[in-house]
Write a protein that binds this ligand. Structure first.
Ligand code: ADP
Ligand code: 5SP
Length: 481
């Protein structure tokens, strides 16, 4: 048996897989994202640790003795400032955090050859700009830090006692040279950051430690269990669903949403509007459009209007496509693709006397779907062809939501079994653990789940065109207000 742990933004998920890829157990436990000041998004790593313990014990159910190795996946881009033994010095700053908007100027001033090597647009929420902010605004914590870790790398350090990272997470920090496939020491020096904060890099599928006795008790696993390095959640989701070939495209909907396309070799978006990161397999990259506000925005709307998911879908279904002229901009944590604007904010526009809660709810679903279409079009503008998409992520399971996504995106969505789609990143993490043990020979030898069916755009798909046009017009008109 292999155990995958995925440190998501909203919850930690644990997945027990047998070597042939069949699910033997799952567990999850929620973790909070806090916004103590406008634009901030933080989590307490100690809460991640508690959630990891609960999720593991729920997935194991007495089968701990059968586990051969543990692999990790995690939310990307954020930073845990940690002391020598891995003790967090402050809450983790997450990918959805926009405090480092002013620090992006330092990136714009980098020499062109370094910006080319970073191969990604400067964006708030990435480890590099966040570290610049911490250096300026919390100098004591910055000076006291021994490590600046990606979330899953912090979790692994808690488990094994050793600090390391790997290309899929490191390449998404804005501190990594994508062309040379290593930390960009030169960019780090030019930015004036402390090089020694960055942990050594190992391959994602390498063994890089064992479960320490205290951590073993907490997770309910045997001490000494081999631990694989692991990967970024988006990269692990690709491995988990078997997305290795150029030509395939996947949409993962979680707290954020990502549209990814594997790329053989270093091929950045010339306009730098979309991302290029390293996958977990050596030599494999992926192009990505990243939407910050997917489940994040829907969850916020749901809590604000106090509705269950069932009520949300029920009331939304009673309103026709286009939401009676109401438009929702979901940008509550700024937005990356296509606007790259940490100052972007959300809005409901077009309210009338006849509007009820259903109009707000339907507009929210449509707004997130439109944001995904906008992001997909940006990725296509960067040369990615996407005649069909594979769907994954814990926020992709509702059937009427899938139909709306197919209608708005205007292309078929391949549906994986729920037990794969809902925990694709944890599955990738478990498979990395198997690869680290030498079980599969390489990515081609992995058990690859097959889509069960496709959800195709329906006859009414055209009814979203006018609403999408309105959506596209709204952000430029509101920008700067
Ligand atoms: N029925 C649903 N429709 C749309 N989104 C949903 C639904 N159920 C859950 N979600 C969203 O999915 C997200 C959880 O997905 P998951 O892949 O577990 O995210 P993460 O890895 O970011 O924690 C939450 O943000 C939640 O709002
Ligand atoms: O921001 C990105 C990719 O750029 C995400 O991969 C984050 O890592 C969040 O993932 P979820 O928690 O939404 O799954």
């Amino acid at each position: 048996m292999l155990l995958g742990l995925d440190l998501g933004t909203g919850s930690v998920k644990a997945l027990l897989l047998d070597e042939r890829g069949a699910v033997a157990g799952t567990g999850s436990s929620a973790c909070a994202v806090r916004s103590p000041r406008p634009g901030w998004a933080e989590s307490d790593p100690e809460e991640w640790w508690l959630a990891a313990g609960e999720a593991c014990r729920r997935a194991l159910r007495g089968r701990a003795g059968e586990v051969a190795a543990l692999g990790l996946s995690g939310q990307m881009h954020g930073v845990v400032l940690a002391g020598e033994g891995g003790r967090p010095l402050r809450p983790a700053v997450l990918w959805a955090d926009t405090r480092a908007a002013d620090q992006l100027d330092a990136y714009r001033r980098l020499p062109p050859h370094l910006r080319r090597a970073l191969a990604n647009p400067p964006a708030a929420g990435m480890a590099g700009p966040t570290l610049l902010w911490l250096r300026e605004r919390e100098p004591a914590a910055y000076a006291a830090a021994r490590w600046a870790l990606q979330p899953k790398d912090w979790l692994r350090m808690r488990i094994t006692g050793e600090a390391c990272s790997e290309p899929s997470d490191a390449s998404a920090t804005l501190l990594y040279d994508l062309a040379a496939d290593r930390w960009s020491r030169e960019a780090v020096r030019k930015l004036g950051l402390r090089e020694e904060l960055l942990p050594p890099l190992r391959p994602s599928a390498a063994l890089c430690g064992e479960l320490a006795p205290g951590a073993a008790r907490h997770l309910g696993l045997p001490a000494g269990l081999p631990v694989a390095c692991g990967g970024a959640d988006t990269a692990c989701a690709m491995l988990g669903t078997g997305l290795h070939a150029q030509g395939e495209v996947q949409l993962t909907v979680g707290t954020g949403a990502q549209i990814v396309a594997p790329r053989r070799g270093f091929a950045p978006d010339p306009s730098l509007r979309t991302h290029l990161y390293r996958a977990v397999s050596p030599g494999l990259y992926y192009a990505m459009a990243a939407v910050q506000n997917a489940g994040l925005a829907l969850e916020w709307v749901r809590e604000l209007l106090r509705v269950s998911w069932e009520t949300l879908y029920e009331e939304a279904a009673a309103v026709p496509p286009g939401s009676g002229g109401v438009t929702f901009l979901p940008y509550i944590s700024g937005e990356r693709t296509p606007h790259l604007d940490p100052a972007a904010r959300g809005a409901w526009v077009g309210l009338g006397l006849g509007c009820g809660r259903g109009h707000l709810l339907r507009a929210a679903l449509e707004g997130v779907a439109f944001a995904l279409r906008d992001a997909l079009e940006a990725l296509e503008g960067a040369g990615v062809e996407a005649p069909a998409l594979r769907l994954a992520g814990g926020g992709s399971l509702g059937e009427s939501w899938r139909r709306m996504l197919a209608d708005v995106l205007g292309r078929p969505l391949a549906i994986l079994p729920d037990e794969v789609a809902s925990v694709a990143s944890a599955r990738g993490a478990a498979l990395l653990a198997g690869m680290a043990l030498g079980l599969y020979g390489g990515p081609e030898g992995l058990p690859a789940p097959r889509p069960e069916r496709a959800v195709r755009p329906g006859e009414g798909a055209g009814r979203y065109e006018e609403a999408y046009r309105r959506f596209r017009e709204l952000y430029p008109r509101l920008r700067g207000l």
